[in-house]
Design a protein around this ligand. Structure first.
Ligand code: PBG
Length: 311
């Protein structure tokens, strides 16, 4: 009877697995602050993408981790054809074709020596307009490498419009844009910075949003939709369910939520100590995000959760 009247059902097709691939690895390398998650080698990444297909997930979101010596102030390894992220996208597309949706993180922070999502002005602040053409270049190289979706996550104003225009002018009219729209300056991204070897100098408060504001999240989503976003995203997910619900109420395009590294690490740590029932709270956390209005959820538990939900 409870199943008959349940209002919320999570399907594997709604889940997207974020993955990390590091340059120069021959074996996957564990990430200390994300137990169970690794930086992949190119080979192990391809096998993971095949598991994504078998599990019937909706997609895979790829983050690249360059070698330290390839980082520079502009993040030029981000758009190099032989950069780690572009090589990974090509390898995945080659292996799984169109059997799942291949998504690319479009942001410079993994590739810049200072760890910011864009280039810096002389005062050390991110320069929005100087950064935009670099995002366009990166997105175009990702589309060429085989990404079905590019996902600008750096919160630069105007990023969606310029990427759309650039992709269209080069014939990539059906490459979709997933816009990180309501992305908050959050402490819950901590373990991710470990995962991508990003040593951020300063913080991201000049371009990510203030956790005290929800109207701002709505406005960012509206702007991205007007600029041509095919998906909008709220991030983090679990502590921003109110923002998610508000965005879902007004959005004419699908709304994603990103259950971020800190949300993952907290539950894993508590479960490892026997303080929480691991599987129960994982499922509850994902269900709550869908109940709040997410059409898709990016979660590091995507493969495991899909197995429990069944395909
Ligand atoms: C930026 C980016 C970040 C995350 C995804 N894309 C980090 C940041 O903005 O500092 C965080 C994801 C997570 O915490 O799981 N490229």
């Amino acid at each position: 009877m409870r199943d008959l009247v349940a209002e919320t059902h999570v399907h594997p097709r709604q889940l997207i697995l974020p993955v990390f691939v590091a340059d120069g690895l021959s074996e996957p390398r564990p990430i200390a602050s994300l137990p169970g998650i690794v930086q992949h080698s190119l080979d192990s990444l391809v096998r993971e993408a095949e598991r994504v297909v078998t599990a019937g997930l909706g997609g895979i979101m790829v983050f690249g981790v360059p070698r330290k010596e390839d980082k520079d102030p502009r993040g030029s390894a981000a758009w190099a054809d032989d950069g780690i992220l572009n090589r990974a996208l090509a390898a995945i597309r080659d292996a799984v074709g169109d059997d799942t949706v291949i998504m690319a993180d479009t942001c410079l922070d993994e590739f810049t020596s200072h760890g910011h999502c864009g280039v810096l002005d002389p005062c050390g602040n991110v320069d929005n307009d100087e950064t935009l053409p670099l995002y366009a270049r990166m997105a175009l190289s990702q589309a060429r490498s085989g990404a079905h979706v590019v996902a600008p996550s750096g919160m630069m104003d105007g990023q969606v419009a310029l990427i759309r225009d650039t992709l269209d002018r080069h014939g990539f009219t059906s490459t979709a844009i997933m816009a990180y729209s309501a992305k908050y300056a959050s402490g819950f991204f901590g373990p991710f910075r470990d995962a991508v070897g990003c040593s951020l100098r300063g913080d991201r408060r000049t371009y990510q949003q203030d956790p005290r504001n929800s109207r701002e999240g709505l406005r960012e989503a509206e702007l991205d939709i007007a600029e041509g976003a095919d998906f909008v995203m709220v991030k983090p997910a679990g502590y921003y369910l109110d923002v998610l619900t508000r965005v879902a109420e007004i959005s004419p395009v699908p709304v994603c939520a990103y259950q971020v590294s800190g949300e993952y690490a907290m539950i894993e740590a508590a479960a490892a100590n026997g303080w929480l029932e691991r599987e129960r709270v994982i499922d509850e956390s994902i269900t709550s995000i869908v109940r709040a209005g997410a059409d898709q959820v990016l979660t590091y538990w995507a493969l495991e959760a899909a197995q429990r939900i069944g395909v």
